[in-house]
Design a protein around this ligand. Structure first.
Ligand code: ATP
Ligand code: MG
Length: 262
């Protein structure tokens, strides 16, 4: 479908088209499309732009991943579809492993995602097939299965688009978790160590840029960035942006009402 350039939601419609195409190619599942829709609603309220608070969270999370011994980036269907190239670029800049981890697991889909990541330059992809032989304790879904050399032994895990149960379970295992989630009220957002409240399509390229200029910084400087960051405060600030945009909508409606009554 051709999307008119001047459509107010042109970018959002292009992303939808991309997800539908990935559904046809067996990378994304139907449930992934619905999950994306829930995210879109929050993005609408955020003004479909990266806030300064998301930028702060991005800086802190890149610092945390650079300080990590074993950082891992967890990839599901939507993440692979929307930012495979940036996942590979970020992994190489911060020296992280990439693991495929699916809620609706199938070997075919794991292979399709692995292939897509390899097309974008990944040399090794963890978590595919029998590699995912370890379990995250207390989790029931197929998503509990992880790679011994990937998420299982990671100290910091980046989970762009994660479910609350799993985020909580990873934190209970003692891991530091970085989540990208447009909903500052989700369990994922609340339980992650650092939450980036932004669309992954905007956040991932920014993480790559941030990694380029932070990767040669001394560890002291990275620690300082981390120390000055508070996830609770950052989430509050993102929520305030949403509250502010809802307030603006009320003001706008009242103004229109008054003008209409004149
Ligand atoms: P939780 O399990 O954390 O309580 P949830 O059950 O409401 O949250 P899930 O269905 O597990 O949500 O995951 C969907 C969430 O993923 C959406 O609410 C949204 O915030 C987030 N999401 C979806 N697409 C994107 C995207 N492109 N960028 C960032 N976040 C997204
Ligand atoms: Mg959920």
């Amino acid at each position: 479908m051709r999307i008119p350039e001047n459509h107010p939601r042109a970018e959002s419609l292009r992303i939808r088209e991309r997800l539908v195409e990935c559904l046809r190619r067996g990378i994304v599942v139907e449930q992934g499309l619905i999950a994306h829709g829930r995210g879109e609603a929050f993005d609408y309220l955020l003004g479909e732009r990266t806030t300064i608070y998301a930028r702060e969270a991005i800086r802190a999370s890149v610092a945390m991943m650079l300080l990590a011994d074993n950082p891992v980036i967890s990839v599901n269907g939507n993440v692979a579809c929307l930012c495979a190239g940036d996942v590979v670029r970020l992994a190489s800049l911060i020296n992280a492993r990439i693991e495929v981890n699916l809620f609706y697991r199938s070997y075919e889909r794991e292979k399709a995602i692995e292939m897509l990541l390899k097309e974008h330059g990944a040399s090794m992809v963890y978590g595919v097939g029998d590699r995912a032989s370890m379990s995250i304790p207390e989790l029931m879904s197929e998503r509990r299965r992880v790679d011994r050399d990937g998420i299982y032994s990671a100290d910091v895990v980046l989970v762009p688009l994660e479910d609350g149960d799993r985020t909580e379970a990873l934190v209970r295992m003692g891991k530091k978790v970085v989540a990208v989630d447009l909903n500052p009220l989700s369990r994922t957002a609340k339980s992650a160590t650092i939450t980036i409240v932004d669309n992954i399509t905007r956040a991932m390229p920014l993480m790559v840029e941030t990694a380029k200029w932070l990767k040669d910084e001394p560890r002291d400087r990275l620690n300082e960035i981390l120390r000055s960051f508070s996830n609770a405060r950052n989430l509050e600030a993102s929520l305030a942006v949403i509250r502010g945009s809802v307030d603006d909508m009320y003001v706008e409606r009242e103004r229109e009402g008054r003008e209409g009554g004149r």
